[in-house]
Ligand binder design. Structure first.
Ligand code: SF4
Length: 453
């Protein structure tokens, strides 16, 4: 079967995809919902005799890293074929009120704001460790997706397009996917001129398909495959979109998501629990409070839906812990994201082009491989630690991590070099590569310090 035929096969097998989505809804409800109503496992229980531990491992240790990896390799197939939120939102929208998405919903900052806030809140309530916060965050997100679907759009996925907290991250990773639906606008126009009556299709995530050049918003559902003989599932170089398309519409919010979201908030979320700097910050805050005679933040706690609160497992965050956590993650976000931004701005200025901000936003996109690999490796650290606590030691973990991080750094260097060629030649291109190498080196070092510090 050719790739184009595979795309057409997806189009003609939508009922089968819908059944697959329903089965994922059931598994999702079981893994996310049921453990929240069970007693927390004690230390004698294991993956194989505790649904809570099993669900934690499957959901955070396998499911999420694989979803990110699949998006990187195959585009947003998770969104198109499997995601329960997208499917339920689209179903609700089929029966809903059909309003147009309001202006506030179309604000370009949502992908960054929703990702940063959800990640921060997830750490405050220990979403990876406990089932109630997982149900609150993921179940709450599913209910919001259904409500938005009911209110806005007709047979659409307005939630996925504008508000889903991982929409921005999935969009960035999909830009590297070697698989995409390629559109030939010329063939589309010629077909229109022939005035042939054609069956229409429904692009649920509201992609303007005729002009689609990026895989970022496409859910790979295949419904447009073969339309006007101009849409085809195809291979491409994983670097082509970032080099040739990503510079057309520079987006400050996308740059913020890469620099301060993935290389900042996500980095801080993986780092804080094992960080000596976090302990030092907490001690400094505690000493300052004691000196001022304000002692209650050192002892006061909050309900589990605000701060981690499981006294039966000796896992409780005080108000001081919570404040230190927020300050640490925001501090790391400003330090890492800010330093990367300065280095890339320097590269952009060295280019000497009048389009400084355009080249800056374009060059930031070169960090997507590094940011994506970091988040995947960060999540997979949970996989490794859960298995280790069960006595299962995976072989060559350090070597695999070093290889993936190294490959991602090389991909970012390659992208930086290619993008610079669009803005500078000769010595300027070479000189601008120095701060780009600095940015890639810094990014590699901060992710590497998660495993080798
Ligand atoms: S452009 Fe829309 S209809 Fe076509 S595959 Fe992507 S999501 Fe589906």
């Amino acid at each position: 079967m050719t790739l184009a035929a595979l795309g057409d096969w997806l189009k003609t097998h939508q009922p089968g995809i819908r059944r697959l989505q329903w089965s994922v809804v059931l598994v999702y409800a079981l893994l996310v919902g049921l453990p929240a109503f069970l007693d927390l496992p004690d230390r004698a229980q294991h993956l194989w005799n505790s649904l809570t531990l099993f669900a934690q491992f499957v959901f955070w240790g396998l499911w999420w890293p694989l979803v990110l990896l699949a998006t990187l390799l195959l585009g947003r197939v998770w969104c198109g074929f499997l995601c329960p939120e997208g499917m339920l939102s689209e179903l609700a929208s089929a029966k809903g009120l059909g309003h147009s998405p309001p202006r506030w919903m179309r604000w370009g900052g949502w992908p960054f704001a929703a990702f940063a806030l959800t990640t921060l809140y997830g750490q405050m309530v220990s979403v990876y460790q406990y089932p109630k916060p997982a149900l609150l965050i993921l179940g709450g997100s599913t209910l919001a997706a259904i409500a938005v679907g009911y209110l806005y759009g007709r047979n659409k996925r307005v939630w996925c397009r504008y508000l889903c907290p991982v929409n921005g991250v999935f969009g960035l990773l999909a830009k590297l996917s070697p698989l995409h639906f390629k559109v030939d606008p010329l063939a589309w126009g010629q077909s229109q001129e022939r005035h042939q009556p054609l069956p229409s299709f429904n692009c649920a995530p509201l992609v303007p398909v005729r002009n689609m050049q990026s895989a970022a918003a496409c859910h790979m559902c295949g419904r447009c495959s073969g339309f006007r003989e101009s849409v085809e599932l195809s291979w491409r170089s994983p670097f082509s979109e970032i080099v040739t398309v990503a510079g057309h519409k520079p987006s400050s919010w996308e740059s913020a998501l890469i620099l301060f979201g993935l290389m900042g908030v996500a980095l801080g979320a993986f780092h804080w629990s094992g960080s000596a700097a976090f302990i030092a910050l907490k001690q400094a805050l505690a000493e300052a409070l004691v000196e001022m005679g304000i002692l209650w933040p050192l002892e006061a706690t909050a309900p589990w839906w605000l701060l981690t609160d499981y006294p039966q497992l000796n896992d409780v965050m005080t108000i001081l812990d919570g404040v230190a956590l927020i300050l640490f993650i925001l501090g790391l976000m400003l330090f890492a994201g800010g330093a990367l931004a300065v280095l890339i701005l320097a590269a952009s200025l060295i280019c000497g082009t009048a389009r400084v901000w355009r080249s800056f936003h374009h060059l930031v996109q070169a960090l997507i491989p590094l940011a994506g690999a970091g988040v995947i490796l960060g999540l997979s650290a949970l996989t490794v630690s859960i298995l280790k606590s069960e006595g299962i030691v995976l072989p060559a973990v350090a070597e695999v991590r070093a290889t993936l991080l190294g490959l991602a750094a090389l991909a970012s260097i390659h992208l930086g070099w290619k993008i610079l060629a669009l803005y500078a030649q000769g010595w300027r291109r070479l000189a601008a590569m120095a701060p780009m190498l600095g940015a890639v080196g810094l990014g590699t070092a901060v992710w590497g310090s998660l495993f080798w510090s």
